[in-house]
Design a protein around this ligand. Structure first.
Ligand code: 6PG
Length: 264
């Protein structure tokens, strides 16, 4: 059942919301509630909710929590369209695939039509051409805002200990990409290729949710939220800055500790 959202979702000029929860479970619960509100608002206002989901390990618990709504009573899954923020250069059924993780923890358990799920094929022979093809798909299926950039209702992101987000890693040329919305490149620190959305696409979204938990992220969170603008420039996640949308940074106490932020 959709709760009517009284919030002005995605109104311009919103300063980032920083939410600190005492535990990972509480942070996940908060994001699950925000996810449902965003989907319901998009479904009621635009008859569809287009989202780009994160990979890695942090969002697993969130996807498992959302999967506890198999009948779609709380989330109108039939109106949801799923894209991905990034993908590893592995087949979709590989244990490292972000698509596989989202499929097994969430998509296999909710009533979403497979035609409305769009995996990134980062295992393609020509990954750069496939990235361009993915961008075309996003442009076809996700209505653009006034700037002509497709406007996701929700982009869900995580952050690595080095401050990367999606697959935008420190020092990568992709951090400065201001035309292409999806790129693929060799990530030296991984020795592998990745496909990823770029900041022009992330920052065009109505809602961006950055879910970061764990003590191993505390130092990067402290830089992200701290006063040192020079240090922040080296942190890819600092490039998440929706032009007109709402950014929610959801932390557990461990991740927030070095930033001097407390839960509650
Ligand atoms: C990926 C993710 C990546 C992730 C961060 C944090 O492909 O790994 O999309 O951007 O969000 O690496 O990863 P954890 O949640 O595993 O710490």
């Amino acid at each position: 059942m959709c709760l009517q959202s009284g919030e002005n979702m995605g109104q311009s000029g919103n300063p980032p919301k920083i939410i600190v929860e005492p535990t990972v479970e509480a942070a996940v619960e908060f994001v699950a509630g925000l996810f449902k509100t965003i989907v319901c608002e998009a479904a009621s206002q635009r008859s569809a909710c287009r989202m780009a989901l994160a990979g890695g390990t942090t969002p697993r618990a969130l996807y498992q929590r959302l999967a506890e709504d198999p009948s779609g009573e709380q989330v109108p899954w039939s109106q949801v369209e799923v894209f991905f923020g990034d993908e590893r250069d592995v087949p979709l059924d590989h244990v490292e695939s972000n698509y596989r993780m989202v499929q097994r923890t969430l998509l296999d358990h909710v009533p979403i039509h497979p035609m409305r799920v769009h995996p990134m094929r980062a295992d393609a022979e020509d990954i750069e051409a496939t990235a361009a093809e993915y961008e075309r798909t996003v442009r076809q299926l996700v209505p653009a805002g006034q700037d002509g950039v497709p406007c996701f209702d929700l982009v869900l992101l995580g952050m690595g200990g080095d401050g990367h987000t999606a697959s935008l890693f420190p020092g990568a040329d992709a951090l400065r990409e201001n035309q292409r919305l999806v790129v693929a490149y060799h990530v030296p620190v991984l020795g592998r290729k990745r496909m990823t959305v770029t900041f022009p696409l992330i920052n065009a979204a109505r809602n961006v949710v950055l879910l970061v938990t764990g003590a191993d992220k505390a130092q990067s969170v402290a830089v992200l939220l701290g006063p040192d603008t020079e240090a922040r420039k080296a942190l890819p996640a600092a490039g998440v800055n929706p032009a007109a949308g709402m950014l929610s940074i959801v932390l557990d106490a461990e991740a927030a500790r070095s930033a001097g932020l407390k839960a509650g």
